[in-house]
Design a protein around this ligand. Structure first.
Ligand code: KG4
Ligand code: ZN
Length: 370
């Protein structure tokens, strides 16, 4: 059962449908800024997409339509609440697969109008950016390394709604690179966990994959060259066995972790200690990777910074982080006029932060990964 509410408590229902996870959660923000996650329901069926080797937008959108209502009901029931107990609804409005975003946002509008509760449109990246504050002592400011299936960015989080981008991927996102490399190696999707598992028995020094963007200054990332290097190594083998796959996975994971950590090291040097609080937060699905987390941890120990990483279930896409971003915005009075909610549009692209002065925006074939 939910705890008794104090008058300063804010209870928010969060909806997340921007990729293949159908998620709903109830989060309570206390007047002191403390977070209680009262329920966190995530429905993912990777088998729906497995035959296609990646997330199929049309299948994802249809499955959100089929599953979102039941997921919301479960989130409310598991929190021991009713719609009347909720102060607001927060729904991801982008960036993401637009069909899925549309399902979550439209459902949020319907609940908002029916139950006369405010609706807060949340940038999915802000959800990830603030996620550590649910469980960790992540006071503003901090440096954020956001590594997920759709995004790879280094962001200076100065305050709620104040973000500066220090670097971003110029081609694939880190998670996308894990997924594509797993596909090349004949491993299951999503590729991140499959690569991490295979790598556990592999030799990370067997293949010396090239360091991405070696000659480029700054904090941008690139993963497509690494993927090509793995492809060439696979083609160079006559009949790759399971030990070859493990060695390739371990060498790829090592190279990806080294690249992420090098760029993070540069970003740490770029921001003044007082501007960052000497706190590094890592978030997004790839933050579940133990090799990456432990390499980041060594870097932080060396530089006397604190590494904060939310539990894995709040690193991958979830409704709690969207509810929490909504609760933080509601508490700060940073919400949009409710008369405009029908005008809130789902957005495939929605950059969270402008680049720092003098900083290039990474742009790949499809433009900046924002
Ligand atoms: O944050 P997330 O759930 O969804 C996006 O917003 O993209 O991240 C999903 C990504 C996938 O690419 C998946 O392969 C990757 O996170 N991932 C991992 C691990 N667990 C999930 N990557 C590396 N190692 C892991 N253990
Ligand atoms: Zn995400």
């Amino acid at each position: 059962m939910a705890k008794a509410l104090s008058s300063n408590d804010l209870v928010v229902l969060g909806l997340e449908t921007s990729c293949d996870d159908t998620a709903a959660a109830i989060v309570r923000r206390g007047g002191d800024g403390r977070c209680d996650i009262l329920s966190n329901e995530v429905w993912t069926d990777h088998d729906d997409h497995a035959a296609f080797g990646g997330v199929v937008p049309e299948i994802a959108a249809r499955s959100h339509v089929e599953r979102l209502d039941a997921t919301i009901e479960k989130a409310i029931a598991n929190a021991g609440m009713a719609f009347d107990d909720i102060d607001a609804i927060a729904a991801t409005a982008g960036p993401g697969l637009v069909g899925g975003v549309m399902v979550g946002l439209t459902t949020g509008k319907a609940i908002s109008i029916t139950h006369k509760k405010p609706l807060i449109a949340i940038n999915h990246l802000e959800g990830h950016a603030l996620s550590a504050r649910m469980t960790e002592p992540a006071d503003f400011p901090y440096l954020l390394l956001l590594i997920s299936g759709g995004h790879t960015q280094l962001i200076l989080v100065e305050a709620l709604g104040q973000y500066q981008r220090l670097g971003a991927t110029i081609d694939d996102a880190a998670g996308e690179a894990f997924d594509k490399t797993a596909k090349l190696l004949g491993l299951a999707q999503p590729g991140g966990p499959a690569i991490e598992k295979a790598a556990a028995i592999g030799d990370a020094r067997k293949y010396d994959f090239p360091e991405p963007l070696k000659k480029r200054d700054g904090c941008d990332f690139s993963f497509s060259g690494l993927k090509t290097a793995v492809r060439e190594a696979v083609h160079g083998l006559k009949d790759p066995g399971s030990q070859d796959v493990a060695d390739l996975a371990a060498s790829f994971q090592y190279a990806a972790a080294r690249h992420l950590v090098q760029r993070t090291d540069r970003a740490m040097d770029k921001v003044h200690n007082k501007d960052s609080g000497m706190r590094l937060v890592v978030a997004g699905g790839v933050a579940a990777n133990r090799e990456i987390k432990s390499t980041l941890n060594s870097l932080c120990e060396l530089k006397n910074w604190v590494l904060l990483a939310p539990p894995v279930k709040y690193c991958t896409d979830n409704g709690a982080m969207i509810a929490w971003a909504g609760a933080e915005r509601l508490a700060a009075g940073m919400t949009e006029p409710q008369a405009d909610i029908l005008m809130m549009a789902p957005r495939a692209r929605w950059p969270l932060a402008p680049p720092l002065e003098g900083q290039e925006i990474g742009g790949g074939r499809k433009g900046p990964k924002a």
